[in-house]
Design a binder for this molecule. Sequence first.
Ligand SMILES: NC(=O)c1ccc[n+]([C@@H]2O[C@H](COP(=O)([O-])OP(=O)(O)OC[C@H]3O[C@@H](n4cnc5c(N)ncnc54)[C@H](O)[C@@H]3O)[C@@H](O)[C@H]2O)c1
Length: 467
Amino acid sequence: MFYCQKVITPARLQKKCMNNHYSSRRKFLKKLGLSSGALVAGKYTETFAQSNSDTYITRLDKQQRIASGDNLQIALIGAGGMGTNDTNTALQVPGIKLVAVCDLYTGRLDAARKNWGNDIFTTKHYKDILNRKDIDAVIVATPDHWHKQISVDALNAGKHVYCEKPMVHSVDEGPAVIAAQKSSGKIFQVGSQGVSSLGNEKAKQLLKEGAIGELNYAEGFWARRDPVSVWQYPIPDDASEQTVDWETYISNTEKRPFDSKRFFRWRNYTDYGTGMAGDLFVHLFSSLHFITNSLGPERIYSTGGLRFWNDGREVPDVLLGSFDYPKTMVHPAFNLSLRCNFVDGTSGTTYLKLVGSEGSMDVTWDDVVLKRNTTHEEDPFLKTKGKQNEMRKQILPPSSITYKAEDGYKGGPYDHMFNFFSAIRNNGKVVEDAIFGYRAAAPALLCNDSYREKRPMSWNPEAMKKP
Ligand SMILES: NC(=O)c1ccc[n+]([C@@H]2O[C@H](COP(=O)([O-])OP(=O)(O)OC[C@H]3O[C@@H](n4cnc5c(N)ncnc54)[C@H](O)[C@@H]3O)[C@@H](O)[C@H]2O)c1
C-alpha cells in the first residue's frame, strides 16, 4: 500500500498528492516516449501507431523463485468444483504434493481418489486433516458458511491456509480470521485469483502512471443465463443421508431435515451461500482494491429482485450495487457500479472498467484495453496545420491500445497459487491476506444487507467496522 507517511496539513497533502499524480503521469508519458511538458498528440499518435498491434505484458513482480528442496504437502477441504480446480492448479506448482482430502459427500471422496490416487488420505472430518503433522497447508473450498471456522481452526493448528472467496459468510466473522492469521503467524490467502494476474498488475501500473488521469468511476458486470451457471447444479442420484454428512453440514446453521438441494445447490440459500454479491461482486472488489490501493467504499446501496429462477432460491437473480469510495491519500473519491443478471439473453459477459478524466481501462486477468479520450486540443499539429484550412479533415491518433499476456501465460489462478506457496517458502507476504480479504468481502456482504433491508449501508473501510 502506498501511503503518504508524514503528518502534513490537508492543503500540503492535496499538493503532495497532486504532485504525485503529475509525476506519475509524467512517468506514463515518458514510457510512451513523450515529453513530460504536455500530452503532445502528434507524438502520442506516433506512439500509439507503433503500438497498433497488441502490446505484450509480462510479470511485473519478479518473484519467480522456487528454493530447491522446498517441497510442501497440502490437503484439500471441500472437494467440489473449485476445490478440484484449485488443487489441480496447486499441483502444477513445482514441489507441491497432495496428501489428504476431506469432503462431506462420499461421491467427492471417491472422485478425489480417482483424480489423485488411492494413496491419499480421505475423511469426512476436517479436524482429521488438521491433526496430521505431515500437512503444511490446506485449501478451504467448502461452501461459504464454513470458511471462517475451518480457516481459524486450520491456522490455530499451524497450517497455512488458502481459503476460497468470500473470506467470510457474514461481516461479523471477519475479525476472527484476521486475529487467527496474526496470532498463528501463518500465511493466509483468499482465493480471488484476479489480484495475482498479469492483467490486474498491468492495470495497477497504468493507473499509477496516470494513463487514465484521475479515477472517478468504475463498473463491473456479469451476465449469465444457462441453468448450471446460475446455480441449478445437477444432484447426484445417490444423494442421501447415507452418502452426505448432513448433520455436520448444518451444524453451524439452522437445524433442518436433509435436503439435497440445500447441500448441492447451496449458493441459492442464505444459510450457506452469500448470493451474487458474495459469489461474484467480491472478485471485482478484490481486483479494484488491488489496482487502486483502495481500502473500500463507505456507502453501499443495492437493489434487484427474483425475476425468473423461481426454484425455491432465497436470493435475487438480478442485483445492482452502487458504492461510494471516499477520497483517500492514494486515490480521489470515485463511484463504483456493479451489476449481475442471471436472466440475461446476451449471456457470458463479464467486465471490469475503470474510468478516469483522460481515458478508461477494460481489465481482465489476461489483458488491459486502454482507451484515451479523443480531445486533442493540445496537439500542436492540429493547432497549426489544422487552422490553415478549417474545412480540412484531421488526422487522429488511435484511441486504444491493448496490453495482452504472452501466449503460454499460465493465468491468474496459477499465479495466485504460486504467490501463496512462494510466501510460505520465502517467509514472505501475500497481497490477499485476511485484512485484504475482509475489505473485499465486507462491502459484498453489506450489499446483501442493503438489498434485504432496502436501505443504504455505511461502512468504515479503514477501521473495518460498521459506523
Ligand atoms: N475463486 C473462484 O473463482 C471460485 C469459483 C467457484 C467457487 N469458488 C468458491 O469456492 C467455494 C466452493 O464452491 P464450489 O463451486 O466448488 O462448490 P461445490 O458445491 O462444488 O463444492 C463444495 C464442496 O464442499 C463440500 N463440503 C461442504 N461442507 C463441508 C465441510 N464442512 N467440510 C468439508 N467439505 C464440505 C461439499 O460436499 C462439496 O463437495 C465457495 O466458497 C465458492 O465461493 C471460488
